[in-house]
Design a protein around this ligand. Structure first.
Ligand code: 5RP
Length: 232
């Protein structure tokens, strides 16, 4: 691993471990987010031997929970959660968040909404003044497949630049865990009135969910290069 990659990894680990240490204890019902930082959350839960019930937010998250030997549940059995810990692609000072780099934003938002609180864990590159500062891939938007062309046209009319997310080791588009497509709506930062933009995108028929998480997280941990964490 190059030094920069090592620093990024240790910052993810620092954020994941700190959130578990500060927020989790035996008996809690916990939403487990998705992405590379969440791996460290699951590692820490396992390391501490915490007796928690875990509700996943994706296929990847389910696998992490199962592989770690933690107790797996779902929203049918455990519809109310004490907390969800999840990653992020970017967080601005007003706690506007872009999620969905891994295409899991729909289940992530459902699980976070079922939780009393959402805690975000992220590396130092995600801590930004304006959304789009470091994250250049746009706002991930999950759409039903038959609607993707009209949704893209509508997004264009809103001064966004939509790109259908394509699979890497398969011909054709990425298919989400829910059988849908993902459009990445690129934008020129800074965005204005992000809460309204989230509503406007969500209102387009065919859109299932957006990766804009507004007013959902109250605490964010950013891992730093030296293995420490900052939070806000
Ligand atoms: O929203 C997500 C997946 O849909 C992830 O939480 C987000 O992309 C951050 O991932 P990572 O921890 O790998 O940086």
């Amino acid at each position: 691993m190059s030094n920069e990659k090592e620093l990024l990894e240790s910052s993810k680990k620092a954020a994941g471990y700190k959130a578990v240490d500060d927020y989790l204890s035996d008996g809690l019902r916990v939403g487990i987010g998705s992405g590379s930082t969440i791996k460290y959350v699951v590692d820490r839960i396992k390391e501490k031997g915490l007796n928690v019930v875990c509700v996943p937010t994706s296929f990847q998250s389910t696998q992490l929970i199962v592989d770690a030997g933690l107790t797996l549940s779902d929203l049918s059995r455990t519809p109310s959660l004490d907390i969800t810990i999840d990653g992020a692609d970017e967080v601005d000072p007003d706690f506007n968040i872009i999620k969905g780099g891994g295409g899991c934003q729909l289940q992530e938002k459902v699980v976070a909404y079922a939780s009393k609180q959402l805690v975000i864990v992220a590396d130092y590159t995600k801590d930004v003044k304006h959304l789009g500062e470091n994250w250049k891939k746009g706002i991930p938007i999950e759409v039903i497949p038959m609607a993707y062309v009209p949704v893209m046209k509508k997004l264009e009319s809103m001064s966004l630049t939509p790109v259908l997310r394509m699979a890497v080791n398969k011909a054709g588009p990425v298919v989400s865990d829910n059988g849908n497509f993902i459009i990445d709506a690129k934008f020129q930062p800074p965005l204005s009135n992000i809460p309204q933009l989230a509503i406007d995108i969500k209102m387009i028929p065919g859109v299932v969910e957006t990766g804009l998480f507004i007013n959902m997280a109250k605490k964010v941990y950013f891992g730093q290069k030296d293995g420490s964490t900052t939070s806000r």
